[in-house]
Design a binder for this molecule. Structure first.
Ligand SMILES: Nc1ncnc2c1ncn2[C@@H]1O[C@H](COP(=O)(O)OP(=O)(O)OP(=O)(O)O)[C@@H](O)[C@H]1O
Ligand SMILES: [Mg+2]
Length: 405
């Protein structure tokens, strides 16, 4: 096992340590890792190494400490380490993490169901908390909050709204632990309704019950988003050195409805809308209205410019500002900054913005896991972070932190 040197040499050891931190993580048959283990300090960690070394894979593993499909939205079978010809299959990939939380240390295990049938390709991810099986992934939302930025998200503002909605929902998970459950309930009912409509089964009682479920969970989902976006918009007002202030708005019929009437009335509206659009939805093969179509609308305030019309670097800076605002707010609400997974974060940020980001991470007291092909890009962090070299599916602590500040 690699023990990382505590980066805060010369400072009181744990005084300003992040309250939420992965202190140890063990990966088994997870992508390029046969078995890898690392002990981490409660401080930022820089993962550096060549292309294909396994940096993003490790971030992906950490992203499984919250509900959902992780930062690549992968299928569970895809994550399973590819075996060499003739190598026997194992019980399935697994992650174990010892997590420091404000309520004490918790052991989280997650992975493919080891008891699944050999031909079972289902995507059920099992979760154990302190050794006991959890009913579902949703329980993780109570323990850890994780926010991430990946190079794929550089085009978040240019692309379709589903990615932005997902980005927002991940932020909301941290504030409203029921959000994951409500969203899953809504989507499940919607899928079932889509199937009935596709099969031409216009069964009033059945459809009515599904639409009632969609209305209840859908309004809860929209209300949570409204609440979080409202607070996020205020938190984002605090200027962050070289980072721009993002202006935020929610576009969505149910969200708009909630601005004007109480939740129960919004539920009635959504239920009625669904009932009235059964024929049209059947023809389209999907529900045409509802909170599964909402969008997060972002503007660059100083430039009065829609985010999509900003430069690549400006868009990246807006995203970073958004994530940092969410992290500050989460810290206020939960007493702990979320884990931050910042994949190739240095790529589009100039030296001034990089330094500002590092300072903000330190001020937040967040355990940020940052990757890059070159450790030099993180030199401004100096002794404030632990450096880990990733090579061929192994993790090695750098002999001592690069201190060139
Ligand atoms: N299921 C799998 N089994 C084995 N190896 C896999 C699996 N899935 C992905 N890999 C491999 O894992 C390796 C590391 O991938 P990863 O994305 O973590 O690299 P990286 O260090 O982030 O590289 P880059 O700097 O290019 O982003 C890649 O070579 C990839 O092909
Ligand atoms: Mg990568």
């Amino acid at each position: 096992m690699n023990a990382l040197p505590h980066p805060a040499a010369g400072r009181p050891a744990e005084a300003d340590a992040p309250a939420l931190a992965v202190r140890r993580i063990v990966l088994t048959d997870f992508r390029c890792y046969r078995r890898a283990e690392i002990a981490a300090p409660a401080a930022p960690v820089v993962l550096y190494g060549a292309n294909g070394a396994g940096k993003t894979n490790l971030l992906e593993a950490i992203s499984f400490l919250v509900p959902g499909r992780g930062l690549r939205r992968a299928r569970l079978a895809e994550i399973e380490r590819r075996r060499a010809a003739g190598e026997a299959a194992g019980p399935g990939w697994a992650i174990f993490a010892m997590l420091a939380t404000p309520e004490g240390e918790r052991g989280i295990g997650t992975g493919r169901d080891p008891d699944r049938a050999p031909d079972d390709e289902s995507d059920r991810r099992v979760v154990r908390i302190d050794g006991a099986a959890a009913k579902g992934q949703a329980a993780l939302a109570d323990l850890a909050q994780v926010l991430w930025l990946t190079p794929e998200m550089d085009r978040l503002f240019d692309g379709g709204r589903s990615e932005r909605r997902r980005f927002l929902d991940r932020i909301v998970f941290g504030f409203v632990p029921d959000h994951a459950r409500n969203l899953a309930g809504y989507e499940q009912a919607m899928r079932e309704r889509n199937r009935l409509l596709k099969d031409g089964q216009f069964d009033e009682a059945w459809l009515g019950a599904l639409e009632q479920g969609m209305a209840e969970t859908g309004v809860a989902v929209a209300a949570a988003r409204r609440q979080v976006v409202g607070r996020l918009a205020v938190a984002a007002e605090a200027a962050l050195g070289p980072f721009p202030i993002p202006e935020l708005a929610l576009a969505g019929d149910t969200e708009a409805d909630l601005a004007e009437r109480p939740a129960l009335a919004a539920e009635d509206t959504l239920r009625r809308r669904l009932a009235e659009s059964r024929r049209a939805d059947a023809e389209a093969g999907r529900a045409l209205a509802g909170p599964h179509r909402s969008d997060l609308v972002v503007h660059h305030r100083a430039k009065a410019m829609p985010a999509a019309l900003c430069s690549t670097g400006e868009q990246k800076a807006l995203l970073v500002a958004l994530v940092l605002a969410a992290a500050r707010l989460l810290k206020l609400q939960r007493g702990a900054a979320p884990l931050l997974l910042l994949d190739e974060i240095a790529a589009h940020l100039d030296a001034q913005r990089r330094a500002a980001l590092f300072d903000e991470i330190e001020a937040l007291g967040a355990q940020a896991w940052m990757t890059g092909t070159d450790a030099e890009l993180f030199a401004a962090l100096g002794g404030r972070a632990a450096f880990v070299n990733v090579a061929d599916g192994t993790l090695r602590t750098a002999p001592q932190p690069l201190d060139r500040r």
